[in-house]
Design a protein around this ligand. Structure first.
Ligand code: PLP
Length: 353
């Protein structure tokens, strides 16, 4: 288990020294000032309801207060990014020295971790999940080195659909001497499996969530990183100042007001997922459907390439994962609207090998 000061020693020295960009508006906290500091156009031309001629709040303070309230977390423990992808990139840039350090991932998993590492010339240590998609802890602890600075645990995992047990995450937190990132992009479909309750005990834990999936806001590009306030301050220092636009923050604020509606929609999607599972399992081209804690199903077919192309030719796009480790002949299928799922089953029923 790491202390806060040990955790902060993991930050790259150039980032620790970095003096962030500061705007004049950061220094003014009163209301109703005449704003002649940022070379904006003083006329709001394009949207009567939104002040889009002005730069947004770089620290998204209003949004964080609302998120803090529904998550039971303090606002200083919240970073908001242009999607959680921004947080992935920033974490690698804050903690990993190019050409020296490495990250660890558990494959098959979300592709962005390796892409961001590659962009930054940071090595990727890839560990393959067990056949039941659980993490092989022994293999992980034997395979990392002191230069492995960040481990990404995707839970529920994309594309396998399963959440990792909280005990596994805690075993990694108690022994790994680096940053532990738990990517909870799909956690709203299994809220009881979140690692957020570990945040106050482990200063090296970062939990990523997003408004892109269950919250129906993929087009707004807003993701969250939860971590101790010092890590949050480090991410804020490195990000571009105005990383989330005014229209996105406005949609977010509406979405949070409607949270209870979203929750009932989420449980509808979860029931629809189980219905879809039963119908898929009856098809002759389906060998098995893996358990899922998310809003998609990993489906082992008799021939993924052929089924994939058949669906495409019939106007249905799914994700072919057959070349990923442990995913031979697997398709990843998102749970859609009821008529979309029915159409999928109807088309698959007419598939002939
Ligand atoms: C979709 C997804 C995200 C979301 O990324 P955003 O940048 O927030 O849209 C993050 N992690 C995983 C595993 C995902 O599948």
């Amino acid at each position: 288990m790491m202390t806060l000061s040990e955790t902060l020693e993991l930050v790259r020295p150039n980032i620790t020294r970095l003096k962030p960009y500061s705007s004049a508006r950061n220094e003014f906290t009163g209301g109703n000032a005449i704003l002649l500091d940022a070379n904006e156009n003083p006329y709001n031309l394009w949207n009567d309801d939104l002040t889009v001629n002005r730069y947004p709040d770089p620290l998204q303070r209003e949004a964080k207060l609302k998120i803090a309230k529904i998550k039971g977390i303090s606002p200083e423990q919240i970073f908001l990014g242009n999607g959680s992808d921004e947080a992935v990139d920033l974490l690698i840039r804050c903690f990993c020295e190019p050409l020296t350090d490495s990250i660890a991932i558990f494959s098959p998993t979300y592709g962005i971790y390796s892409v961001c590492a590659d962009v930054n010339n940071v090595q990727v240590k890839e560990f393959i999940l067990n056949n039941d998609f659980s993490i092989n802890l022994q293999q992980f602890f034997n395979g990392i080195s002191p230069s492995t600075k960040v481990v990404f645990i995707c839970s529920p995992n994309n594309p396998t659909g399963n959440a990792q047990p909280i005990e596994t995450i805690e075993q990694i937190l108690s022994k790994f001497r680096g940053i532990v990132v738990v990517d909870e992009a799909y956690i709203d479909f299994c809220p009881e499996k979140t690692s957020l309750s570990l945040l106050n005990r482990y200063p090296n834990l970062v939990v990523l969530q997003t408004f892109s999936k269950a919250w129906a806001m993929a087009g707004a590009r807003i993701g969250i990183a939860f971590a101790n306030p010092k890590i949050i301050a480090t991410l804020n220092k490195v990000k571009f100042p105005y990383n989330i636009g005014v229209p996105s923050l406005s949609v977010l604020s509406r979405a949070i007001e409607q949270y209870s509606n979203t929750k009932s929609l989420i449980s509808q999607i979860v029931s629809e997922r189980e219905l879809l599972r039963l119908r898929l399992q009856q098809l002759s081209c389906v060998k098995m459907v893996y358990p899922s804690d998310s809003n998609f199903l990993l489906v082992k077919t008799t021939d993924a390439n052929s089924v994939y192309n058949y669906l495409l030719n019939n106007g249905i796009v799914v994700r072919n994962r057959t070349h990923e480790p442990l995913c031979n002949n697997c398709l990843r299928i998102t749970v859609g609207k009821p008529y979309e799922n029915s159409k999928l089953i109807q088309i698959l029923n007419t598939y002939r090998p």
